[in-house]
Structure formats: C-alpha cells, structure tokens
Design a protein around this ligand. Structure first.
Ligand SMILES: Cc1ncc(CO)c(N)n1
Length: 220
C-alpha cells in the first residue's frame, strides 16, 4: 500500500504480526482464494452491518474534533461520513439478496466488544490525535484486506467482487492515505502521553479486527 509513512508506518512495522493478522486473515484470504464458505460471508455481512451502524456516531465524533482542528481535516472526515449512508443501504441490499435477516440479529461478543470500544473512542475527552489514528486504522485494515482480494492472482468469486471493491478500490486507498497523513501530522505535534495512547489504541483495534474476522470464520 502506497502509504503516507510517518509514525503510523513505524507502528505497522513494530506490530507487523498483529497488522498481518488483521489484514491477511484467513477469512479474507479464503475470499481471495475462492474457498470462502457462503455461510461465513453471510455471518460477516450481518455482523458488519451492526458494526457500521455503531461506526456512524464514532465518525461523527471524529468530524466534530476535526472541525476544530482544520477545514481540510473536516472535509476528509466528512467524505467518509457521507459515504456511510450509501454503505448502510448496500448492506441492506446485499442482505436481502442473500436472505440474511438484519432484524433480531444475534450480536456476537466480538462485535459487541468492538462496538463498546467505538463508544469509548467517541467520548469528548478522547484526544483528536487518538481518535483520528483509530479512524485511520479501522479503515486501513479493511482497505488492505479487501484490496488483497482484488490483486493479481485472485480467485475471488464474481458475486463477492463488489463487496471487495467497496473497501479495496484505489479511491478508498487514497481516502485511507489521507486519513493516515492527518494522523501522522497530529501525532508529530502531540505530547508523548497522547502518542502512547494512540499506539495502544492502534494495537487494540488490530486485536478487535482479528476477533471480528474470527467470528465471520465461525469462531465464538
Ligand atoms: C469491523 C470493520 N472494520 C472496519 C470497517 C471499515 O469501515 C468495517 N466496515 N468493519
């Protein structure tokens, strides 16, 4: 990924085991190999619908913090927030196509725990540098995971290509790069304790992403 370098790039290297665990998880590698079990994809679809609905207030909280920092930051975050309305519609259409009910869903523990983290990160006392780093990390994991399903040599089932393109497209890669640049700039100016909190949050997000993929793969 042509990333923005900076502090976040050093964290990707420092925590490469976790980062690889989140961005090359068996769930998405099976999509790329064409060996994904349809029931696993349906499980992921339902759980990610729950996640994306919780992602909205978190992104709104980042937008508020960004608006106090810089007009450019606010516009990048606003672009992401604006796309969520269409994303929720996409989940509903996909669920309907695949006979996945989005009503009375069983919310798995990994999904519930990840949503609880989002709620904590939404709080006003969470520093902007921590919040924007979290936002970038969450988006970057999906970007790298699904871009891999579209790269040369993939055997991704045709009916799953659109899902992979949602997060694996060059446009989404550029959006993630913009978020990474903002995070790097904030971290360069941040006091040490804030940088430490952002790194801890980065690690925690990778752990939650791995647990979330595990559920889709049939884990607990
Ligand atoms: C669990 C999860 N992480 C990241 C994204 C990217 O928005 C998503 N849709 N779901």
């Amino acid at each position: 990924m042509a990333d923005a370098g900076g502090i976040t790039k050093t964290w990707i290297k420092k925590h490469v085991i976790l980062y690889t665990g989140a961005t090359r998880h068996p769930f998405t590698v099976r999509i790329r190999d064409g060996s994904i079990d349809p029931s696993a994809f349906k499980r992921w679809l339902a759980q990610d619908y729950v996640f994306v609905r919780e992602f909205v207030p978190f992104m709104a909280s980042v937008l508020i913090k960004a608006s106090k920092q810089s007009p450019e930051d606010m516009e990048v975050v606003l672009g992401g927030l604006a796309s969520l309305s269409g994303e929720i519609d996409w989940f509903k259409r996909e669920a309907s196509k695949r006979d996945v009910s989005l009503a009375n869903l069983t919310v798995h523990n990994a999904t519930r725990n990840y949503c609880r983290l989002l709620e904590k990160l939404t709080l006003p006392e969470v520093e902007y540098a921590v919040a924007i780093t979290a936002f970038w990390a969450i988006e970057a994991v999906y970007q790298e995971s699904f871009a891999h399903c579209l790269e040369d040599g993939n055997n991704t089932p045709p009916e799953l290509v659109e899902a992979c393109q949602r997060w694996g497209s060059p446009g989404f890669r550029e959006y993630c790069r913009s978020l990474q640049q903002i995070a790097n700039r904030c971290l360069e100016k941040a006091p040490e304790h804030v940088v430490a909190a952002a790194e801890t949050t980065f690690i925690t997000i990778l752990e939650h992403e791995i647990e979330f993929w595990n559920v889709s793969s049939g884990g607990t």
